[in-house]
Write a protein that binds this ligand. Structure first.
Ligand code: NAD
Length: 247
């Protein structure tokens, strides 16, 4: 129980990776504020977990929502120790087909600005409470790798990596760590979108194991980073990508 006594807030908990993060946080003893866009999906989680978690609807593109989800942790449990900025969207579309009025901004709003909101609101709350904390952002191998079809996504994840470094530097004196996890190909609904694009065989070949990373494996890395066992890891993005980053 590496997170006993900690209060964690995690976004995107209804998604493929988020559901595993939530399970892991609870199993490790954390009290959790579970956040996603849709009340309906959260209601299902509430049935599964009962009083073990508090569910909250928030749109991470809105700073007021993100501030409110952190405030919820403090209202419910008196503190916030871990914030996991996991919500994100995929956007596979060739750059030359982009609508400049909406496509880039749409991805940036969730993947980049959503994480920025989380880092900022968590940092302010953790600094004020004066007991340190950990912020973990879900990045992607695409933060450092070029790829076709996912221009806006890759740019947003590169921003996540840089925000992680800069925030860690500024927050360090307040004993707040900021890290990121970069998955490669995780077996979730987000990944299965590529089946519809006819790219399934191609992406399978990119993987070093003959199977995709499982969401539980990403949650395991996140739980480690959130724990005191990872106190010397700060400002960095950890690849949890089955070696995909080496291709
Ligand atoms: P998913 O689509 O299964 O889940 C994403 C979750 O984020 C959903 O529950 C969705 O409702 C939520 N969300 C979307 N927009 C939101 C918003 N504005 N406010 C609040 N919540 C919002 O995706 P996933 O595979 O679980 O991905 C989780 C994270 O992992 C994302 O940041 C993604 O970029 C990253 N990632 C995924 C893979 C993969 O292969 N699946 C690989 C690398 C990185």
């Amino acid at each position: 129980m590496r997170l006993q006594g900690k209060v964690a807030v995690a976004t995107g908990v209804c998604g493929g990776i988020g559901q595993s993060i939530l399970r892991k946080l609870v199993d490790e003893g954390a009290r959790v504020i579970a956040v996603d866009l849709s009340g309906d999906s959260l209601d299902k989680l509430k049935k599964d977990y009962g009083d073990e978690v508090t569910t909250t609807v928030a749109d991470v593109t809105k700073y007021a929502d993100v501030e409110a989800m952190i405030a919820e942790a403090i209202d419910q449990y008196g503190q916030v120790d871990v914030v996991i900025n996991n919500a994100g969207i995929a956007f596979p579309k060739p750059l030359l087909e982009h609508d400049p009025d909406k496509d880039f901004d749409g991805v940036t709003a969730v993947n980049q600005k959503g994480v920025y909101h989380g880092i900022l609101a968590a940092g302010k709350a953790m600094k004020k409470q004066g007991r340190g904390g950990v912020i973990i952002n879900t990045s992607s191998v695409y933060g450092t790798m070029a790829s076709e079809l996912t221009f806006a996504y890759n740019v947003s994840k590169a921003a996540v990596d840089m925000m992680t470094k800069c925030a860690a530097l500024e927050y360090g004196p307040h004993k707040i760590r900021v890290c990121a996890v970069a998955p490669g190909r995780v077996d979730t609904p987000m990944l299965h979108q590529y089946k519809d694009l006819g790219l399934w065989d191609h992406i399978r070949r990119e993987h070093m194991r003959d199977e995709f990373t499982q969401p539980e494996e990403i949650a395991e890395v996140i739980a480690f980073l959130a724990s005191d066992a990872a106190n010397c890891i700060n400002g960095t993005t950890i690849y949890a990508a089955d070696g995909f980053e080496n291709f």
